[in-house]
Design a protein around this ligand. Structure first.
Ligand code: 3HC
Length: 292
């Protein structure tokens, strides 16, 4: 396949809009799709305020900022993706919902297009099995927030071709990211290691070992993590953490991955983290350290 000129991103949430911003800032034309026009308008204003902030800090020139904004197109119509060379799905972490989207993308996308999933833990092989082009399906796992985090974890499904891998790696590097490669086992590399640590922090809180503040300070100052595990769980979303723990538990079949009852209870109570204003911590309307 020749160079990727246009990408489609599905999902106007934090990850999808961050991925679209990164691509537009690195010279790629982007269509960002969401079914909800309000989600798209929120994504559009968060991307433009993030780009304006970079321009005001002189991290990006005025011309580069204006070019990036021109490369971004917002759509509620998935059919607009028929021109895309590369499509990245960044929707809810549910296997059924992802599979039904991939069935649609497989019909809409041109035959040479690669279909990538920003899956956090769900099997790329199983997502690919819902399409007629499993050799052109791959996992492309960005970290949150995509404009800041340096890593992309590429996950090869059972049928992913060498060409699909090479194009995805080249695109990731063009977006300024460092690539690691994982086989398609639950949680891949990062979430297989990160989520049990977060889950263990919930167990420590549940057992009354320490306060939430001391657990977070311990890991921040004791191990130089930018955020403590409970603060990070609020940032990622407790519902996302729980669904990843459930995938690890089901896929790796070991009780050490069983989600902590306190994490389950918080999610049941709707305490989903920053996006809801309450998780392990309570938040005022302005988020504490991210700006989009
Ligand atoms: N978009 C663009 N830029 C952003 C941003 C965003 N959403 N959030 C923060 N930034 C920028 C800021 O503008 C600032 O830039 P500057 O240094 O040039 O001024 C810089 O990042 C630092 O931001 P802040 O000063 O606001 O706040 P912090 O210093 O606390 O940094 C953080 C925020 C980058 C989120 C940092 O706390 C951090 O790295 N936290 C850990 C994040 C992490 O671990 N992510 C991975 C989660 S796991 C995952 O994503 C996998 C998934 O599958 C669950």
């Amino acid at each position: 396949m020749s160079e990727v000129k246009m990408i489609g991103v599905v999902g106007g949430g934090q990850m999808g809009s961050g991925i679209a911003q990164v691509a537009a800032m690195h010279g790629v034309d982007v269509f960002l799709h969401d079914l909800d026009p309000q989600a798209l308008s929120k994504a559009s204003s968060s991307i433009s305020s993030s780009i304006h902030r970079l321009v005001s800090k002189a991290t990006l020139s005025q011309a580069a900022g204006a070019d990036a904004l021109k490369r971004l197109h917002f759509t509620t119509d998935l059919e607009d993706f028929h021109m895309a060379d590369f499509i990245i799905e960044a929707i809810v972490e549910s296997e059924d919902v992802k599979k039904s989207l991939f069935v649609k993308l497989d019909k809409i996308a041109k035959s040479s297009a690669i279909l990538a999933s920003n899956t956090s833990s769900i099997s790329v092989t199983r997502i690919a099995s819902s399409t007629t082009r499993s050799s052109q399906v791959i996992g492309m796992h960005f970290m949150n927030p995509p404009p800041v985090m340096k890593l992309i974890e590429i996950v090869r499904g059972a049928d992913t071709s060498d060409e699909t891998f090479a194009v995805t790696k080249a695109l990731s590097e063009r977006l300024g990211k460092i690539v690691i490669t994982s086989k398609d086992y639950s949680g891949f590399i990062v979430n297989r290691i990160l989520m049990p640590m977060i889950n263990e922090a919930f167990f420590a809180l549940y057992a009354g070992v320490a306060t939430k503040e001391d657990i977070d300070t311990g890991m921040k100052l004791g191990t130089n993590h930018p955020m403590g595990p409970l603060e990070l769980a609020d940032f990622i979303g407790l519902d996302v953490c729980l669904s990843i723990m459930r995938v690890l538990h089901a896929g790796l079949g070991d009780n050490k991955y069983a989600p902590c009852p306190l994490l389950v209870q918080y999610v049941d109570a709707g305490r989903l983290g920053r996006k809801r204003g309450i998780g392990v911590y309570e938040y005022s309307k302005e988020p504490r350290s991210t700006k989009s």
